[in-house]
Each structure stands twice: as C-alpha cells, then as structure tokens.
Ligand binder design. Structure first.
Ligand SMILES: [Zn+2]
Length: 269
C-alpha cells in the first residue's frame, strides 16, 4: 500500500526549540530528493483516490498562512529540488494588508496577491484556511448552527476567487482544532480537509481527544511524543476530511535523521 508522507510548516521561523531557516528546510528537501521522492498536489491526490497512478515515491509539502517567506525562501528551496508546495490561505491577514497603504517590502510580512500568483504560476496549489482563523472546536460550542463557520468558508473562497481566479477545492483545519460541524460544512464545499500533527492530542467538539482516535487508528501513541506511525501518512484508507500533516518545527521530524526515518517509513509496504 502506498503511504504518502506529508509535512507542514508556517514558513521561515527562526525562533523556538526547532528553528526553521531556509538552510534547515534545504537539508530536509535534499534528503527527500536523494531518496527520489516527488512532490504532488491535491489534484494528483484526488485523481489517485479515483484510481490514477502517482509517482512511485510521492510526498506532499504543505504550508499554512500567506506569509512572505512562502514566495521567497520556501519556494526557492523547494524549486531547487524540483518540488512545489500546497499552500492554505487564511484571507484575513491579506485583507488587512490591503486595507492600508502597502508597507515597504522589508517591513511587510504578508504576501501580496501578485506574489501568491507567482507561486501558482510556478506550480504551487492553493487551498482555503478560513478568514479569521477561529478555533473550530471552540466555535462549534459558540455557534452550534454552523452559520459563522459557513460565512468564514464562503468569504475565504470568494476572496481567493476574486483575487486569484481560483475556486478553492481543499481545506486545512485551523490549529489543532476540529469539530463535527466544521467537518460537515467542509465536506460540502471541498474535496479534502487536512489536520496538523504536533503531538498526540486534538481539540474536538470542545473536548481534548487523542489524534489517533479522531482519525480512527487503533494503536498506542509512539515514544517520540507523536501519534501511531500509521496515523502519520496519507493512504487510500485515510479519511478524506481528516488527512494528516507532520509539523516540521517539532521533535517528530525536525532533525534530519528523524525526517529520513519518516520518509523511510513510507517505503515499508
Ligand atoms: Zn493556520
């Protein structure tokens, strides 16, 4: 069975215990390239679920938030190895950027629409990530009707359509939050919903739950502080609206050796 490794990060972030610099990302991209992994996007993933072939060693590089380093450091490092990413955009920060005169480039942290257009031209895939980035678990308690969430999804999609000319078909849930209501609404609009693995737990319908339980993997969490290995890859058995992604800036796959082991785990059949 094909297992697709999938990474996630929020762009360059030199802070914290696991700083992400262009140099560090390049170490990881080179490992993937040396192992002959080829990046795929959500269109390929969708066709695969419908029976088409994938490259023999597929990998997904996912990114959340429209920060400027996506267009520059992240894009440039991936492009050097023939890779492109999947970027999920929360539109609120871009709306704010354009609500005032644009700051000078060296003080601007959010991408312009032109920069996002350049990513698309170079093969990046764009998905939706709400407008205001609410905690979806919390929101489901505050608004059981789902009305606020529907408005978030509609407005995000409208903005992406207006400025990029695309119809978002894929969605990334915000933070480590999920709700039954959100999944119901997301499944009406999009092909896929993607989660984010930073540890073993998730916020679900106002409660804390094991990630493994949410995605229906019946196995214990691993000693490295993450969910069972089987929960860390996309397979044909994956729930389309509960896809995994592995955060780079955590212990699970940050170190080059840990990253290599993650990719090797995809090759075990
Ligand atoms: Zn986010």
């Amino acid at each position: 069975m094909i297992r697709i490794p999938i990474t996630m990060c929020h762009g360059i972030n030199p802070n914290g215990d696991y700083p992400l610099t262009a140099e560090h990302l390049e170490k990881l991209a080179k490992i993937a390239a040396d192992m002959n992994f080829q990046s795929i996007d959500y269109n390929q993933l969708s066709r695969w679920f419908e029976g088409e072939e994938l490259p023999s060693r597929p990998i997904m590089f996912d990114f959340d938030h429209p920060v400027k380093s996506m267009r520059y450091e992240m894009h440039d490092v991936l492009a050097k190895y023939g890779y492109s990413g999947n970027l999920f955009i929360n539109t609120g920060p871009i709306n704010e950027l354009y609500a005032a005169p644009l700051p000078p480039d060296n003080r601007r942290e959010i991408m312009t629409w032109d920069e996002i257009g350049e990513l698309i031209e170079s093969g990046w895939h764009i998905g939706a990530h709400t407008v205001t980035h609410p905690n979806l678990s919390q929101l489901s308690l505050e608004d059981p009707s789902g009305e606020k969430l529907r408005a978030e999804l509609e407005q995000c999609d409208e903005t992406l359509k207006k400025h990029l000319g695309i119809t978002a078909e894929d969605f990334a849930f915000t933070g480590t939050s999920w709700s039954s209501i959100a999944e119901r609404e997301v499944s009406k609009r999009y092909r896929f919903g993607r989660l984010w693995i930073v540890g073993t737990e998730y916020q679900v319908d106002g409660k804390t739950m094991r990630y493994a339980e949410l995605v229906g993997v019946d196995a214990p969490d691993e000693a490295d502080g993450g969910p069972p290995m089987a929960a860390r890859y996309i397979t044909k058995d994956s729930h389309r609206y509960r896809l995994p992604s592995m955060e780079i800036q955590r212990s699970l796959i940050y170190a080059p050796d840990a990253f290599r082991r993650y990719l090797e785990g995809a090759l075990v059949s």
